[in-house]
Design a protein around this ligand. Structure first.
Ligand SMILES: O=C1O[C@H](COP(=O)(O)O)[C@@H](O)[C@H](O)[C@H]1O
Length: 237
């Protein structure tokens, strides 16, 4: 385990072990929330990396009926689309013990994230924040949540003094229009995790943390550099 500033890195030689360790840690956070407040709230990423983590977490024994699960970001596609982050959560996480959890999607069925923004925002506003845990991922372009390089609402989304909870995002590398929780919203959490796999992402993260080269401008740097919440990176090859 290595710690640098606000970031602690847990490195694993095997990705199943990484998924298990993070699932146990997040389940512990949810149990603590349930014991202390009677409810718990979890925000997770989509993409491909969290599949094993989701499957492992879905078997954790806790009172899932009092847990609300939402997404840190969403691709603006129906939940039947294979690109949908909601589809991933439903097919990998909301199973077994976790089938009893309440899912709060960001996609509203409106024609665009702009059209669905008020409804998505109301869903997040209704959650009893802070989150018990937020699990971020990261793309090889340095994006996290839908904080994409060149994104049209990137500066607003990363503004720690901003008041928006949720924002649309359009970016050249995003594939489709997006909706994302903003950084100040994500930082309303008792625990913040960054789940990453692969040597390319490990090197990118190291550069982003030190502010080297192109990684200086990667959006994930805003998460690593913020002073509010410690970040626990879970990495496997
Ligand atoms: O588009 C997205 O990508 C990132 C990273 O995904 P991965 O496939 O490289 O694991 C993900 O964290 C984000 O939630 C998702 O919308």
């Amino acid at each position: 385990m290595t710690t640098h500033l606000n970031v602690t890195t847990h490195s694993f030689t095997d990705c199943r072990a990484q998924a298990t360790a993070l699932a146990e840690r997040v389940a512990e956070r949810l149990r603590r929330g349930l014991a202390e407040r009677g409810h718990a709230v979890l925000a997770v990423s989509g993409g491909s990396t969290p599949k094993d983590f989701f499957e492992r977490l879905s078997h954790e024994q806790l009172d899932w009926a009092r847990v609300q699960v939402t997404l840190v970001d969403e691709r603006w596609v129906a939940d039947t689309d294979e690109r949908s982050n909601a589809r991933l959560v439903k097919s990998r996480l909301l199973l077994h013990a976790a089938a009893a959890a309440r899912f709060v999607p960001l996609y509203t069925g409106d024609a665009s994230p702009e059209a669905g923004l008020a409804a998505a925002d109301a869903r997040i506003e209704a959650l009893p924040l802070p989150f018990d845990a937020v699990v971020l991922g990261m793309g090889e372009d340095g994006h996290t949540a839908s904080f994409f390089p060149g994104g049209d609402h990137l500066a607003e989304a990363l503004d720690l003094d901003g008041t928006a909870r949720v924002l649309p995002m359009h970016a050249p590398g995003a594939g489709e229009p997006r909706i994302t929780l903003t950084l100040p919203t994500l930082l309303q959490t008792r625990a913040l995790y960054l789940l990453v796999a692969g040597e390319k992402k490990r090197d990118l993260l190291a550069d982003a943390r030190l502010g080297l080269g192109a990684a200086r401008d990667y959006p994930v740097r805003a998460v690593l550099a913020q002073p509010r919440v410690p970040v626990a990176v879970y990495w496997c090859p």
